[in-house]
Design a protein around this ligand. Structure first.
Ligand SMILES: *Cc1c(COP(=O)(O)O)cnc(C)c1O
Length: 402
């Protein structure tokens, strides 16, 4: 048995099959590259679904983590620690908000946003107890908790997990009229991804997010933007909402906030909203821990330079112009996205998304399919132009378009 076969056999025998990974066993990684247990190298064009925006083992981030490992790693929120205040202040500033509430995973941050919006609805808006409604979009992906899958429209994500949490209404993504009709006097929030990543990098129609902003402001409803995948540089801006000049009431952040080192998530909002919390009303043992704060502080410092947003813009323009050429060629039906982020719909005659992903793997490029015929490209923002071009060459070869 090879090392690869051994690892995969053990995983298949003893881990729940809630994922269908490509048959590669990674042993180490650096920047945009991963190396498997047999010594083969692969260009990472997925970047942990944007958790690795700054690349694998980014030196600034591993240095920050190592330094913190030598001091203190966990205190619980029963005590203050010396990285917490700076982390909260600097993340709030990055978001242009007054307060943050740190958690660990993205799903926990979305849960926090839901709880916060409901609390605001009852305490500030005056919604009758138990009646708060949150409007969400079809094909959303906000995480895996029982409440969050309650408002998923993906049967795989949702089936057999009922009874479901009530209080959500689902409208088509991008349809402002449907959203307007769904908002009523008990609506406390509209929760959206500014670009729907898991759905296949689906872009909102131009003007949609601005329309949502105007509607929610007029109707006294919180606009919650789930920027867990779209945020922190991926699209060429710190937040994808910026492309439409939109500032939501609440940002939900995760993935890249932890620098690919530790899970770090948070919501950011005004004092009127997050200032409602009193001790005991919400929490997390690991949320805002010293190691998480040390890494995230470095992530925030890196984002403040604008360097990564700039790279995502420039390399993203290049990526999309190259993919645009492919889209004319028969193997690719459509390309969507912004910055270093693209959903590529493969013409089914050329294979499923899974088949294309497996062929790309054989050519040294790692991507992930989504929804049958789409592959998602989201390389680390530190990728070089040469490596990006090499990855695109492999894609052209695999699609017979080279
Ligand atoms: C990944 C993701 C989540 C969930 O984050 P986890 O850390 O996996 O819980 C929520 N929303 C969006 C948009 C995501 O991409």
């Amino acid at each position: 048995m090879t090392s690869t076969e051994h690892s995969i056999a053990a995983a298949e025998a003893h881990s729940a099959h809630n994922y269908h990974p490509l048959p590669v066993v990674v042993a180490s990684a650096d920047g945009a590259w991963m190396t498997d247990v047999e010594g083969r190298r692969y260009l990472d064009m997925l970047a942990g679904y944007s958790a690795l925006n700054f690349g694998h083992r980014n030196r600034r981030l591993t240095d920050a983590a190592k330094a913190q490992l030598e001091r203190v790693t966990l205190t619980s929120r029963a005590f203050h620690h010396d990285r917490f205040g700076d982390f909260c202040a600097q993340l709030a500033e990055l978001c242009g908000k007054e307060m943050v509430l740190p958690m660990n995973t993205g799903a926990e941050a979305v849960e926090t946003a839901v709880k916060t919006a409901r609390k605001w609805g009852y305490r500030v808006k005056g919604v009758p107890d138990g009646r708060a409604k949150i409007v969400v979009a079809e094909n959303n992906f906000h995480g895996r908790t029982t409440t969050i899958v309650s408002f998923s429209t993906d049967p795989e994500a949702r089936a057999d997990y009922g009874p479901y949490t009530p209080g959500f209404e689902i409208v088509p993504y991008g349809d402002l009229d449907a959203l307007t009709a769904a908002v009523d006097e008990n609506t406390v929030a509209v929760l959206l991804e500014p670009i729907q990543g898991e759905a296949g990098v689906l872009m909102p129609p131009p003007g949609y997010l601005a329309g949502v902003r105007e509607l929610t402001r007029e109707r006294g409803v919180l606009f919650i933007a789930d920027e867990i995948q779209s945020g922190l540089g991926r699209t060429g801006r710190t937040f994808a909402c910026e492309h439409e000049g939109v500032v939501p009431d609440m940002y939900v952040l995760g993935k890249a906030l932890g620098g690919g080192v530790v899970p770090v998530s948070a919501v950011a909002a005004s004092r009127e909203v997050l200032g409602l919390y009193r001790p005991g009303e919400h929490g997390s043992t690991f949320g805002g821990n010293p190691l998480a704060c040390a890494v995230a502080l470095e992530v925030i410092a890196m984002l403040r330079t604008g360097e990564f947003q700039q790279r995502a813009t420039e390399l993203g323009d290049h990526l999309h112009s190259e993919l645009g050429l492919l889209a004319g060629g028969g193997a690719v039906d459509a390309v969507r996205g912004r910055g270093l982020w693209a959903g590529v719909d493969i013409n089914p005659a050329h294979g499923t998304g899974r088949e294309i992903s497996e062929k790309l793997m054989a050519h040294g490029v790692l991507v992930k399919d989504t929804h049958g015929s789409t592959i998602r490209l989201a390389p680390p923002l530190v990728i070089s132009k040469e490596d990006l071009d090499w990855g695109l060459d492999q894609l052209r070869t695999v699609l017979g378009a080279g």
